[in-house]
Design a protein. Sequence first.
Lengths: 259, 327
Amino acid sequence: MSPILQIKGVTKKFGGLTANNNISFDVNEGEILSVIGPNGAGKSTLFKMISSFMPTTSGEVLFSGERVSNLSPHVVAQKGIVRTFQETTIFKSMTVRDNVIVSHHLRSKANLFGYFLGTAKAKSDEQEFGRSADDIVEFLGLGDIRDELASNLPQGHLRALGIAIGLATNPKILLLDEPFAGMNHDETMRTVELVRGVRDRGVTVLLVEHDMPAVMNISDRIVVINFGEKIAEGTPSEIQENEKVIEAYLGSEDDAIGI
Amino acid sequence: MSYKNQQTLGVGAFLFVVFILIPWLIHVSGRWDFYYTLTSVALLSIASGGVWLTFYIGRINIGQGAFALAGGYVSAILVVKYGVSFWLTIPLAGLFCAVAAVLIGLPILRLRGVYFAMITLVLTEVARLTALALPITNGARGISSIPLPGELSIFGLTIIPDFSTIENVKLAFYYVAAVLMVASFAALYRIVNSRIGHLCRSLQQNEELASSIGVNTAYLRVIAYAISSFMGGISGAIFVAISRSIYPASFPVKDSIDFMLNCFLGGLGYVFGPMLGTLVIYFGWDVLFTTGKYQLLIYSSVLILLMLFLPNGILSLRLPGRKGVRK
């Protein structure tokens, strides 16, 4: 399997503080790869650089061999790398369905002027987006509440909506920022299934997460970061036995990494 | 009655009132001064409609006066110094403002909230000072004795006769303003109810998320701001033709604030909000004239109360439960 995404020596410094130091790893097409690490390890910073929400200090991110770091978020999204957010970031005053419809932007064939005039292309876009949104909403179990305002949704559904928004962009790689945060066990397991479903649609999934049982359960491979450095990389069972990882998590509870 | 039919009926009724009923009422009552008032309302609501569009992408715009002034000067200078037909100067004034808005917007539209608002507020003052300083705008003396609009003809076919040959110029200007107002709001309505509006709402609600789903937020913001300023420019151009003069103080900061208030009062969630807001504020102010020295006090108190109790504007009264105003 060839790597679809290569992170090469990525470093981020904020003044004197090094948030990410020379981090390198590959992401293979069609896998679920998790980036884990204690709080403040620099996981979210890494995500922001991969999605170009933040420039790198040095190093680069290659997507199918093409540099995608230090561009604009919308350009990176156009190339197929789409990020969902740690916070429950959605379009609050839109219905669930409208959230998903508007997120089809990258699939538009008509331009803005075409939409203004209501050309044939614009009309077919709108029909197409509606159909596809219904499909995605159904897939993520939001079918019954598709006409509900997004601001009225409970946590679990918000997370699913975040993933739906990501899926609507038709990404090649979806970056999920803490998709299981604040969920109870049942909700987590449901979301794990959703994320697997996303992967089965042919999307490579890269996720940042705290919830160790979920990570061990869902990931094909795991990258561990501590104090801005990569300390380990491997399959869940390899990670569970890794000395450095156990050390990094000592002080927190042992069962945090599932041992 | 279906929604579509209701809409058609509403639009028909509106056009009937604007183009037939009002001129007839004025003719019957002999209150010719109302033409000037209503023409002003129509023009001010075009400028306010532009401001409304910037609100729609999540930016508080208190700088429309700058573009109205710029549009006015462009038209006046082209007509007086270069002999260009007034009718041609309307789109030219709009285009000038749109281009200016792109140049100004590129840097300042990165700002949000109160920061953007403050900069736009300053813009109005900058425009006034620029008009004072430049030779072409004739400084504080401004440009006066601007001739009435000439004839507009296309391929020898007269569409609008020379205004100096028209008996009732007030009525003619009223029709010009009303036609442009209807066209502007039709365009706004189309923008808002097409996918562009949907994208604007995504920008208004969460710019970060919008860019992560691939929306070129900077581009969309600049486009919206350019359209907004275009509307400011054409309204300024016609104002100048009516008053036949323009000075640096023709569109002061107060106007910029009024354009914003019109939007607030009418309702930021409704395309036709700025039109209604302008009408109410303009007539409200005039009606309060009878209260003499208490005019400003009452006016401001009423505005504060309206914003407290009707934060979604007057139109939210008529359309409860739409667009998530109330569940």
